[in-house]
Design a binder for this molecule. Structure first.
Ligand code: ZN
Length: 269
């Protein structure tokens, strides 16, 4: 992937805008999935990371090192908080809790300190003043936006018209305008191979968009997910890319992490 030096352009009203944001979420220490995504990404100006960088997968240090090298825009996820030791594992199932303990003890002191210091969302993608990133929802970093009712209620808690969120590991999102809510998912041309789907955004209304999970998709599709927002075109392109899932599973088993964490990658659940 190539991260271009940011090309800030001046619009007619003298506001600075960026061109392309790479949106990564829920990498969950899956280095093989992250590397496959980065190999498929078109040139981007800025990387925005929506949290849950670690937890579940076997390469937390490598994934943090890579993420840190790509940019500075991060919000923390619930697994980041737990692995950093600043939140307990209440609400985590046994498998997730085991991964938290393993990750906490595997992180280098430097990466642990970095993880602890990650900011809570929402975070505006400055200099854009109408686009933000969150982990869960605009009103609660730990809220799951699964159905349009949740999304609509949460959207009332923000004036920002475009929110990128993660947490659910489901690619797609919600559009709220004139008291109507719509749910959308990218319509890909194939269920295998590497695919992309471009969506032109409307000017009025609010969007809540999930780029999908890089490292542990749960929408029934095992391929790694990410999205690119083009602020100039006001469009979002969703991606699904294949990665070496066998290798990621071998690493999970070699680390002594629960077998379920390897299995679920194949199922995309
Ligand atoms: Zn997650």
């Amino acid at each position: 992937m190539s991260i271009r030096p940011p090309v800030w352009r001046t619009t007619y009203n003298q506001r600075l805008i960026s061109v392309r944001f790479l949106l990564l979420s829920d990498i969950h220490a899956n280095l093989d999935a992250l590397e496959a995504c980065l190999a498929a990404v078109p040139p981007c100006d800025v990387v925005a990371n929506l949290g849950d960088i670690v937890g579940y997968g076997a390469n937390p240090n490598e994934v943090i090192d890579k993420s840190r090298s790509m940019g500075k825009l991060f919000v923390r996820g619930n697994h980041d908080k737990a692995c950093a030791g600043i939140a307990d594992v209440r609400g985590f199932n046994q498998v997730a809790a085991a991964a938290v303990v393993w990750t906490h003890h595997t992180l280098t002191p430097d990466n642990l300190a970095w993880l602890k210091a990650l900011p809570q969302g929402p975070l505006l993608l400055t200099p854009l003043d109408d686009v933000q990133i969150v982990h869960g929802s605009p009103r609660d970093e730990d809220e799951y936006l699964l159905v349009s009712d949740h999304a609509a209620v949460s959207a009332f808690n923000t004036d920002v018209s475009l929110t990128f969120f993660g947490h659910t590991h489901m690619q797609g999102g919600f559009f709220i305008a004139n008291d109507k809510e719509q749910t959308f998912r990218p319509a890909y041309s194939s269920t295998d191979g590497d695919v992309r789907f471009e969506m032109q955004l409307e000017k009025d209304g609010k969007y809540l968009i999930n780029p999908g999970s890089v490292g542990q998709p749960r929408d029934g599709d095992w391929r790694a997910s990410f999205a690119v927002y083009d602020s100039d075109q006001h469009s979002v392109t969703f991606y699904r890319v294949r990665y070496d899932i066998t290798r990621a599973q071998e690493r999970i088993r070699a680390a002594g992490l629960p077998e379920r964490l390897a299995d679920r990658l194949t199922q995309g659940r």
